[in-house]
Design a protein around this ligand. Structure first.
Ligand code: 5RP
Length: 240
């Protein structure tokens, strides 16, 4: 009976969920307004940037010329279905603007990303972008990062050893699963979701994790976003 109770959605839950969905839509659409003709655009991954990509599809249909770089198979499929022109990362020197979602963003625009499992490509695309815009609903803005489990992309070969080390360091690591099998990223790696608690020093934690053999990338994005578009039921606000 207790389990059943936990699964019952209250009106408040539904309202919050609707509000977040509408916030994502508002932010996603607003961010598309930063894209102009002839740009090379990095397309992020997730349910917020989904709205940006739909809008870019409409804009392209009306004649806007774009070259897009995708950050995941899911985004590639969406972009292709909208007839957006995709170019491989290997053919791009610089990206004019990248629009992407985030799982948490603090006041200095440090963020946690990777909830959707695309953190590695997202970071590589952001790294060569002249401007990075994150699109989030209001619930993603936080004073301190760390309530959201930190995704860390790792080499499958040594995942057991890495989990053991992370546990010994005081984190609660959890191997991300897809059904009965470990979740595989587009690069065929695994993801460990780390319960870190509040993160006092995001850069220090990122460096500490990156030094561990087998860690490929962390979901801590430091000093990468230039602009955050925050959506709510009432519209979208641009933070810079
Ligand atoms: C995927 C990501 C997403 O951008 C992040 O998880 C936010 O997703 P959503 O917009 O669906 O809330 O980092 O790797």
């Amino acid at each position: 009976q207790r389990g059943l109770k936990r699964n019952i959605l209250t009106l408040k839950d539904l309202k919050e969920e609707w509000s977040a969905m509408e916030g994502k839509r508002q932010a996603g659409i607003r961010a598309a307004g930063f894209v102009t003709d002839g740009m090379t655009v990095g397309l992020g991954t997730g349910s917020t940037v989904y709205h940006t990509i739909l809008k870019l599809g409409e804009m392209a249909k009306e004649g806007l010329k774009l070259r897009c770089v995708s950050t995941s198979e899911a985004t590639t499929n969406l972009a292709e279905s909208l007839n957006l022109t995709l170019v491989p990362m290997s053919e791009v020197e610089e990206i004019d603007i990248t629009i992407d979602g985030a799982d948490e963003v603090d006041r200095s625009f440090c963020g946690i990303k990777g909830g959707g499992g695309a953190l590695l490509y997202e970071k590589l695309v952001a790294d060569i972008s002249r401007r990075v815009i994150w699109v989030v609903d209001r619930s993603k803005l936080v004073d301190r990062l760390g309530a959201f489990p930190l995704p860390v992309e790792i080499v499958p070969f040594s995942h057991v050893q890495l989990m053991r080390k992370l546990r010994a360091m005081g984190f609660s690591p959890r191997l991300r699963m897809a059904g009965n099998c470990p979740f595989l990223t587009d690069e065929k790696n695994y993801i460990i979701d780390l319960k870190t608690g509040f993160i006092d020093d995001p850069e220090g934690l990122h460096r500490q994790l990156k030094l561990m053999p087998g860690v490929i990338e962390t979901g801590l994005f430091i000093a990468m976003a230039d602009t955050v578009v925050v959506g709510s039921e009432d519209g979208a606000e641009v933070l810079e």
